[in-house]
Design a binder for this molecule. Sequence first.
Ligand code: CA
Ligand code: CA
Length: 198
Amino acid sequence: MRSLPRSPRAGWTLIEVTLAALLVTGVVTKAAFVMNTALGLAGDQTASMHYEDQARGVMDKIALAVMGSDRGTLIPEIEELHSDSIRYTFSLGIEDGAVVWSAPEEIRLDEQRLAVEWRENPGAAEERKAVWTSLVSPLLEGEELNGVDDNGNGLIDEDGLSFVLEGERVVIRLTLRRPEVNGRLVEQTIESVVYCRN
Ligand SMILES: [Ca+2]
Ligand SMILES: [Ca+2]
């Protein structure tokens, strides 16, 4: 993200500050909302803030990767369906008049459905991988595996990490969760809409 140029005048008006804040948050997280459930005990609120920070950090990494990718290289290509993984490549620049492409990369829910994994050259001998979080919920907050859209977001039985292509937009949804000592679940859900740069 680029920082906004400073105003030559002394101080910003409230409207300017509000617009700047909207622009900055809007670049990465166009439509973000956080839902908290299963809260109530004193310690839960602190834990909730911790997971919100972590969820935002992971979402920022995913969103930046998708924003930097080339729209035409995204897999899956089918629109409107949710997927628990996304593959992409991005331009490294122009050399001798031709675009030089990156190695393929993938962000996915791992096979145990607990971690967000980033992989470069997925499945190949030279695969590199990193785990971005291992606190993913198997299903998105409020969703149960029953063939019904329980949380009312238009998707049926969507995973704790999901990608939906809608034209030029990619909608990313993520729920992190951890059972607390007393057995209560703390969940944090973030939804971001990003546009590919190319
Ligand atoms: Ca749903
Ligand atoms: Ca369901």
